[in-house]
Design a binder for this molecule. Structure first.
Ligand SMILES: [Zn+2]
Length: 494
């Protein structure tokens, strides 16, 4: 009895620990997202912010810990779409004016110092943090960009404490007000030869609404427990551009300067080609893959969904542009491999039906319900997913007044996957297959093995009239399509 009790307590106490990291990350992410929303209804993609203040410079003066006050004027600019950040800081010291400038484009940085005017090119990692911490919303977005390291540390004196890191062996703690959900303070651990373990702290105060964005009135940076810098924000603009007219970038090499206004978007290269009435082949040139789009009377059907949320969302938006009156309603899959079905999560929030075989149901349901908060592409929560199963070794027709496609299940004879669908369009005399065939560009036949034989037997035993056989993967190094004659030659090779 005692043993049973012990075993039960062990189970109870260990089970919740299994996914603690994910649960903690999700809690932190939810607080961070609320803080981002609280910072502004819409976050402008271009922000130019100026501030004025004093640096309490801890120099080599006549008595210990004496500081000298240096006036400072700062301009910082953020251009989200272009991945550009800019900082210009002017100080008045010993009767002179000194300028420090820095401009980064994604991970590259050009900078000149107050006293050393030499132009230095370096990595923008540390500058990314320095620029972000000037404006709370940018710091929150910076934390989001580094969210894989995001953790919830608990609640302390009306603040949620979150931490994240943007480089190894370095963590930033954010203090987010439980009342306003605004960022009140950030803290970073550091080390100094004289002061030992120290915290670098920035405190934001007096939030004000500036065109829908919550901007603090002041920021105080603390070093070694004392204010190092006290800044007051003086103006904010949302219409600046990352070029020399707004940023005075004549000192940056021309080649780098010219790149600054370029918008960085990771997009796939898609080429649509109509191959038969109501059938478009979509060549994914960036991934050496293809999918097929079929137009039905009142909707569109997609054949294959290779891995990549962004890729599939892009395919969907291209389909919607081409056929604005016809929503995507069906996703036909040949088999479960990632280069054919790995992207179905992108459609889980839509009223689409997935056409597959019942052996894939559990696996597909699992990947359709996965969380993708770490992905660069956002996707909503899955809806009630609809499946339509083609019986094993059977077939099923999908037709309306415009188009018909017949799905044939031939997995067992392919030696590729236990279940595998091949699609036949009778009107177009066209076959769409997944991974089963390869047609050389020079027309020379290659031995096909079981895969090709399975398709050949399907066509001959059902007397299917076929002019063209298209395959999904790959795009390059293979003929646009094959014929039944090509396939017959291949099958004959021993
Ligand atoms: Zn495969």
């Amino acid at each position: 009895m005692r043993f049973v009790y012990l075993l039960t307590t062990l189970l109870v106490s260990t089970t919740p620990l299994l996914a603690q990291t994910i649960a903690n990350y999700q809690k932190a992410l939810s607080v961070l997202q609320k803080a981002i929303s609280a910072s502004g209804k819409t976050i402008p993609t271009s922000i130019l912010l100026t501030s004025k203040g004093t640096i309490h410079n801890l120099g080599h003066y006549d008595i210990p810990e004496k500081t000298n006050d240096i006036p400072v004027d700062e301009s910082v600019a953020y251009f989200q779409d272009e991945q550009v950040a800019y900082l210009r800081s002017v100080i008045q010291n010993n009767g002179g004016s000194f300028i420090r400038s820095a401009v980064s484009k994604s991970d590259s940085l050009y900078t000149t110092g107050y006293y050393n005017r030499a132009l230095v090119r370096t990595n923008s990692q540390e500058f990314g943090y320095e620029a972000a911490k000037i404006l709370p919303i940018k710091l929150l977005q910076f934390a989001y960009a580094n969210r894989q390291s995001l953790r919830y540390l608990g609640q302390q004196d009306n603040h949620f404490l979150l931490s994240f890191s943007y480089k190894s062996n370095d963590a930033v703690t954010m203090y987010i007000s439980t009342k306003t959900l605004l960022l009140d303070k950030i803290e970073k651990l550091g080390y100094n030869d004289q002061y030992g373990d120290v915290a670098f702290v920035s405190v934001y105060e007096g939030y004000e609404d500036k065109n829908g964005l919550n901007v603090p009135r002041t920021r105080t940076d603390y070093e070694f427990g004392k204010p190092e810098r006290e800044m007051t924000y003086t103006a904010i603009r949302f219409d600046a551009k990352p070029d020399s007219s707004d940023l005075q970038l004549r000192w940056v090499p021309a080649a780098f300067r010219n790149k600054l206004p370029e918008v960085n978007r990771k997009i796939e290269s898609l080429v649509f080609e109509t191959i038969a009435p109501n059938l478009d082949l979509v060549k994914i040139t960036s991934q050496n893959n293809k999918v097929l789009v079929a137009q039905f009377g009142d909707h569109i059907a997609l054949f294959e969904s290779p891995s990549g949320l962004g890729l599939n969302q892009q395919i969907l938006s291209e389909i919607q542009k081409r056929y604005p009156q016809k929503p995507l309603r069906q996703v036909f899959l040949t088999h479960h491999h990632p280069d054919h079905a790995g992207g179905i999560r992108a459609f889980a929030t839509l009223p689409v039906t997935f056409i597959t075989t019942s052996g894939n149901e559990a696996y597909f349901k699992k990947i359709l319900a996965t969380n993708h908060t770490l992905s660069e592409t956002r996707v909503g929560v899955e809806k009630n997913v609809q499946f339509d199963f083609v019986p094993v070794e059977g077939h099923k027709s999908y037709r309306d007044k415009l188009t018909e496609v017949v799905a044939y299940e031939i997995g067992k004879s392919t030696s590729h996957t236990v279940e595998h669908l091949v699609y036949y369009f009778p009107e177009q005399k066209l076959v769409w297959s997944g991974d089963l065939l390869f047609f050389r560009p020079d027309g020379r036949a290659l031995p096909t093995g079981d895969r090709g034989k399975a398709v050949y037997n399907l066509i001959t035993s059902n007397n299917l009239a076929v002019d063209k056989i298209y395959t999904a993967w790959p795009l390059n190094g293979q003929a646009a399509y094959g014929t039944v004659e090509d396939l017959r030659k291949s099958v004959k090779i021993k």
